[in-house]
Design a protein around this ligand. Structure first.
Ligand code: ASP
Length: 585
């Protein structure tokens, strides 16, 4: 028998029992005539003790144990004289009577402890060792519990988990595809799914009514902290539903996860704001509403007073940072530098402080009377001690985005973005289409299967850019955790949509004919949503990067440095696939 107990379960009440434990040697310490060994497994850490006076030979063997040796130890549970309150097993130790080395271990490249000395790259290369550490493993445990609870909730609501294929053809989620050459069909390629979108819609045509799948999706995009080339979705679809039905059911799922995973009871309904409102008040379609600091538009107050920058702007907007009037010159310079960074791109920052006596002192005092500045103060409902920050620009959306970045930065600086507080909302009524100046054409804002609001269908002919969609996102703490829509289920409307997106009838038929044909055989009204599991887990775990909740993630160049992928393939494989690699110029 390898073990009677795990390394995480013995307590004072077990004192006197003879037990056998198995695990990894985290470290050994010699003190006086005693040797202490911290034995680790997935469940915890237990102290083993060897006494040189009672069994010198056994103690000597313990002294020779190296880090990460795999051992089995039998002994008696004893109460510890110097208890360790930080350790669940800290009240006891095992007085060892028998020791077996089950396997030796090479010296690990970094210490496998909570505070490790290993840098990021090294830990990625030896990810299987990093996964022995509590911090990393506990994220995966959280992930496991979340998927169990998702399955429990959806099963309870009649959803059926169905697997859809991975070798398919291109799915239009707006990213580049990963492709796989087909040996049996030379010159032809599969694409990996960017999502199972079309399959879940086909399952609705099949009458499955409620589908879900916890599924890998693949998008060949530039990577960021919240993006991996392969990521996991909680993908869902329902028949005979309207937007409200979907939002209610999935708000229920979110509340179930908050309660079961974080023990947070949310009784209030999630606020719902339209995309247009979100852009106006926060400059973002995923606003962080843990804090207010909503935008105030200042065009009517600040235009026409001879300040050219504002007079020529298409948008002037500001935020009010409560209690920040005391910011030093240096802090203000930092903020100005922040908004001028190329990633943000503002030209400059105008600011105004509300003094203790209520007067407003701004960087543009020479253009504005105190009277006007007081009007501005009133528009923000600002109080003494507040700092007003103003951006302007020639493009409304761009300036709003810049102000949104500044708002988030101020939220962080003022400590308003506590990771243990959660603020959820729905953003609804997204535009159906997005115009690309560069390409001179419309793109689907969500995807081409999203239904316009029924009352907006006539606008498709006259003013497609102003059509709103039955599309929605769930946002938590400024992170888009999920998004979906009510779908088009009418083949004629779907064809019109493809046409608006610039597909000829032939192209639409060849790419999506399977779906539009299916719709001619009785498609029920349907809609759905997909959540980014990695993002949701990292929110619940308080992580900065989704990498930390993925067992074997890729680095920012899309590489798995542990198994060294992607890599070149054999010449014979290339020949079999009839592929020739073009040498880079
Ligand atoms: N397939 C969509 C996505 O991946 C989600 C949905 O519309 O259900 O974003």
């Amino acid at each position: 028998m390898y073990r009677t107990n795990t390394c995480g379960e013995l307590r004072q009440a077990d004192a006197g029992k003879t037990v056998t434990l198995a695990g990894w040697v985290q470290r050994t310490r010699r003190m006086g005539g005693m040797t202490f060994v911290d034995l680790r497994d997935r469940y915890g850490l237990t102290q083993l003790v060897f006494n040189n006076d009672t069994d010198a030979e056994l103690c000597e063997r313990a002294n020779r144990l190296g880090r990460e040796y795999v051992i089995r130890a039998t002994g008696i549970v004893a109460e510890r004289s110097n208890k360790n309150a930080h350790l669940p097993t800290g009240e006891i130790e095992i007085t060892v009577t028998a020791l077996d080395v089950l396997n030796v271990a090479a010296t690990p490249p970094f210490t496998i402890e909570d505070d490790t000395d290993g840098g990021d790259d090294l830990r990625m290369k030896y990810r299987y060792l990093d996964l022995r550490r509590n911090a990393v493993r506990s994220n995966l445990e959280l992930r496991h519990r979340m998927t169990i609870e998702v399955r429990r909730y959806l099963d309870g609501k009649g959803f059926m988990e169905v697997e859809t294929p991975v070798l398919i053809s291109s799915t239009p989620e707006g990213a580049r595809d990963f492709v796989v050459p087909s040996r049996m069909n030379p010159g032809q390629f599969y694409a990996l799914p960017q999502s199972p979108q079309t399959f879940k819609q086909l399952l609705m045509v099949s009458g499955f009514d409620r589908y879900f799948q916890i599924v890998k999706c693949f998008r060949d995009e530039d990577l960021r902290a919240d993006r991996q080339p392969e990521f996991t979705q909680i993908d869902c679809e329902m028949s005979f539903v309207e937007q409200d039905d979907v939002l209610t059911l999935f708000e229920g799922m979110a509340k179930h996860l908050f309660k079961s995973i974080r023990d947070i009871e949310i009784t209030e309904p999630f606020p719902r704001i339209t995309w247009a409102e979100a852009m106006k008040l926060y400059g973002s379609d995923k606003p962080d509403i843990r804090f207010g600091m909503q935008f105030v538009e200042l065009d009517s107050i600040l235009k026409g007073h001879g300040f050219a920058l504002f007079d020529e702007a298409a948008y002037i907007g500001g935020i009010c940072a409560a209690g920040a009037a005391g910011y030093t010159r240096k802090q203000m310079d930092e903020l100005t530098e922040y908004v001028k960074r190329p990633q943000i791109g503002a030209k400059g920052l105008v600011y105004a402080r509300v003094e203790a006596d209520g007067t407003v002192k701004s960087t543009v005092d020479k253009f504005y009377s105190q009277d006007i500045l007081q009007k501005m103060k009133a528009a923000f409902d600002a109080s003494p001690g507040d700092l007003i920050l103003i951006l302007s620009g020639p493009d409304v959306m761009k300036t709003r985005k810049q102000l949104s970045e500044l708002r988030l930065e101020m939220g962080t600086r003022l400590g308003l973005r506590d990771k243990n507080r959660f603020a959820c909302l729905w953003v609804i009524d997204f535009p159906l289409l997005e115009w690309s100046e560069e390409d001179g054409r419309f793109y689907a804002m969500h995807h081409p299967f999203t239904s316009p609001k029924p009352e907006h269908i006539p606008l498709l002919e006259t003013s497609p850019g102003s059509v709103s969609a039955n599309a929605y996102d769930m946002v938590i703490n400024g992170v888009e955790v999920g998004g979906g829509s009510i779908r088009i289920h009418d083949s004629a409307l779907q064809s019109r949509m493809f046409q608006l997106l610039g597909f000829t009838a032939e192209e639409a038929q060849s790419r999506f004919g399977f779906l539009t044909n299916a719709f001619t055989y009785g498609a029920p009204p349907h809609g759905g949503i997909a959540y980014g599991l990695d993002r949701w887990v990292s929110l619940f775990a308080g992580l900065d990067s989704i990498r930390d909740c993925i067992a074997f993630p890729k680095n920012t160049s899309g590489r798995d440095v542990m198994i060294d992928a992607p890599s070149e393939i054999d010449k014979s494989q290339l020949e079999e696939l009839r592929l020739i690699i073009k040498k880079s110029e």
